[in-house]
Write a protein that binds this ligand. Structure first.
Ligand SMILES: Nc1ncnc2c1ncn2[C@@H]1O[C@H](COP(=O)(O)OP(=O)(O)OP(=O)(O)O)[C@@H](O)[C@H]1O
Length: 650
């Protein structure tokens, strides 16, 4: 029998009034290993590195995680929805966080439990567990199986690995990778991923990294529960995803060989994408960048929407800069939830808002990772250390996905500590200087000291792989240099030409197109077979009704006109429009910040955001629709283009 989507009214009923809360983000401090205990005893270190301040009698149970730097008096604090401490067991996380989600799976809802954090933070231990202690996946599986026995549901599982942005089946080893397909109603189908009976989970769990291969990858388990809807023949399937993400590690700080650099870079890139997706979902953004990594594609129908998602940030109990960094990222997604549900006009007195995205929801942008880093460095935002309220870690009853964290008070925001700079260190400077075309990135990166205060704690992040996506290879730096050289050749020594000059140039080229393009377009002989279709289609509009059949190319790529004057005019207008768009996109891909700000709809924030997108991708804007990524609506994009076009006739 064909499976159907879950009944929407049932889904709504399950979510109740808490549907605004998309993703819950909690921490779990790993228990210290014997070696760590031994070494801390030997070093006489008694002060814990991480402390958790829990609220005192507040309705929300959001907590503040503080990291003390034992070599300085510096302290950094971040808010998360909750945090389990060292002495709290995985079974406690299961009963409080996972168990309440299980009934939804039996009603066709999806859920995702995702462990992430720095390397060695206890992700595998939390999700998969050990021989002695089952992790969350096994605990959930046992519960699901016992529930399904009562109702008679069919329970199956799939296991996969995502390695360097390729998905592989772990139940049945195949050469071919798993393909992610999306059906008409937005459900994700994983073509080539086998499903097996629920018993096979015990063959795969627990074991480090699900797979036995010694490589760093994301590992996922999907538990499918299918059942018949009550009083109907409809079959519904709920999915529960468990993901043990590869550990985040600053690729710059580790001296990695080419292979491990690429591996680490890919991992970090997918973690950034994942964080951006979480941010976008929590901020209710209209565009969620699921497509930017296989990880987020696989989870697409189990993140946001009617699904419930729990992110568990696994924290190393001993000093680890990467841990601070992962918490800072997670905290941003928690904070944005606050901003969505609270007074959106709240700003700090200094004007450097605790997050610029605490401004109006309309102007709030998804913070890509690079934004995040930059903001971290530049806004110097940090929550002030909250006084420990003395609440023991005893857990109170609470609903999941309900309360929003209280928004950070202005006072808190203003008493930002200098410790904030800890997250943007020399390693990042290095990466930025490598990744940012020097002439096109203005003040924030040129004046490094403003943005990236010197700091001994490094954390990296815009790594080459992230910038170049699929172009990652061991000679990335060479590729980059070539690219920079190419770009530099387009830009004069004093930076890119002023906006007026560029507009003039644009205007001239368009005017010449308007007035002097001969109707018979003679393509250069040498283009031959490699004639770029784009060039041809940019000049003629292939979709213009009635024109296509009447245009002919002769052997020399000469277009012969047999169209009517009106058709000719339409063709030319369309070509001009395309040229204008192309020029405009080229402008967005290369202009300096000041030039960008000269455009309608682009202010300081958007200009910065454009520069950051360009750092990630040398050709960030390929299509006018890409402008939606910087928060412009279709109307605004059209307005921008009309202004540019209108100026040609001024
Ligand atoms: N709660 C715990 N109690 C005792 N030992 C733990 C606990 N959590 C993790 N460990 C131990 O800490 C070590 C690191 O844990 P684990 O392998 O789960 O980390 P990880 O985050 O998955 O690492 P990676 O990023 O390399 O995949 C392991 O030896 C594990 O057994």
């Amino acid at each position: 029998m064909a499976l159907s989507a879950a009944n929407p009214s049932q889904i709504k009923a399950n979510l109740g009034s808490d549907s605004h809360r998309k993703i819950r983000i909690i921490g779990k401090i790993r228990a210290s290993t014997d070696e760590e205990i031994e070494s801390s005893n030997a070093n006489g270190v008694v002060k814990p590195w991480i402390s958790v301040q829990k609220p005192n009698g507040e309705s929300s149970d959001s907590v503040t995680i503080s990291f003390g730097d034992q070599t300085t008096s510096r302290k950094e604090s971040y808010k998360l929805d909750f945090c389990y401490e060292k002495n709290e067991d995985v079974s406690q996380i299961f009963s409080r966080e996972i168990k309440p989600l299980l009934s939804g799976i039996f009603h066709g809802l999806n859920a995702s439990i995702i462990a992430y954090g720095a390397r060695g933070g206890g992700k595998t231990y939390t999700i998969q567990g050990s021989d002695e202690k089952p992790g969350l996946a096994l605990l959930a599986m046992a519960e699901i199986l016992s529930m399904s026995k009562e109702i008679g549901n069919l329970v199956t599982i799939s296991c996969y690995e995502i390695y360097q942005d390729h998905i592989y089946d772990l139940l049945e080893h195949k050469e071919q990778e798993v393909l992610v397909l999306e059906d008409a109603v937005g459900r994700i189908q994983l073509k080539g991923l086998s499903q097996a009976s629920s018993d096979s989970i015990y063959e795969h769990f627990p074991q480090k990294g699900i797979n036995n291969v010694n490589r760093r990858s994301h590992n996922g388990l999907i538990v499918y529960v299918s059942c018949n809807e009550r009083d109907s023949d409809t079959h519904i399937v709920g999915k529960m995803n468990f993901v043990d993400l590869a550990g985040y590690e600053d690729t710059k700080r580790k001296s990695n060989d080419g292979h491990h650099l690429v591996e680490g870079t890919r991992i970090n890139k997918s973690i950034y994408t994942f964080q951006n997706v979480v941010y976008a979902l929590n901020a209710n953004e209209s565009h969620v960048p699921y497509r930017e990594s296989k990880l987020t594609r696989v989870l697409q129908d189990s993140l946001g929407g009617t699904s419930t998602t729990l992110m568990i940030n696994c924290l190393n109990p001993s000093f680890c800069q990467d841990t601070i960094y992962t918490v800072s990222l997670a905290s941003r997604s928690c904070l944005v939830v606050n901003s969505v549900c609270s007074d959106s006009t709240k700003k700090t007195k200094t004007g450097t808002t605790s997050m610029t995205f605490l401004s109006s929801p309309k102007t709030r942008r998804p913070q890509t990772l690079s934004t995040s880093i930059r903001k971290h460095g530049s806004s110097r935002l940090h929550l002030t250390e909250k006084k420990a309220c003395g609440v023991p870690s005893a857990m109170k009853e609470r609903k999941l996905f309900d309360e929003v964290n209280p928004i950070i008070s202005s006072e808190q925001e203003n008493s930002v500590s200098d410790a904030s700079s800890a997250i943007t260190p020399p390693a990042l400077k290095e990466e930025i200087s490598l990744s940012a075309p020097p002439k096109t990135i203005d003040s924030p990166t040129q004046n490094e000291n403003d943005v990236f205060p010197p700091n001994e704690h490094s954390h990296p992040d815009i790594s080459i792989g992230m910038i170049y996506g699929s172009k990652v290879n061991t000679s990335l730096e060479e590729d980059y240099k070539i690219d920079v050289e190419k770009k530099s050749s387009l830009i004069n020594e004093s930076g890119s030409p002023p906006l007026s000059a560029r507009l003039r140039e644009l205007s001239n080229s368009l005017k010449s197109l308007c007035y002097s393009t001969p109707l018979s377009i003679k393509m250069p002989q040498e283009v031959g077979n490699s004639c770029n279709n784009q060039v041809c289609t940019n000049i003629m509009e292939p979709k213009t009704p009635g024109v296509e059949n009447r245009l002919r190319f002769n052997d020399n790529w000469e277009m012969t006109n047999i169209a009517s004057p009106l058709e000719t005019l339409n063709m030319r207008s369309s070509g001009i429009k395309k040229s204008l768009v192309r020029e405009h996109l080229q402008f967005l891909n290369t202009a300096s910040k000041e030039e960008l700000k000269g455009l309608k709809g682009i202010g300081e924030k958007r200009a910065n955001y454009i520069l950051e997108l360009r750092e990630r991708s040398p050709e960030a804007f390929k299509d006018l629709n890409d402008l939606r990524d910087i928060g412009l609506s279709t109307k605004q994009i059209n307005g921008m283009m009309k202004k540019v076009a209108g100026e040609l006739f001024d």
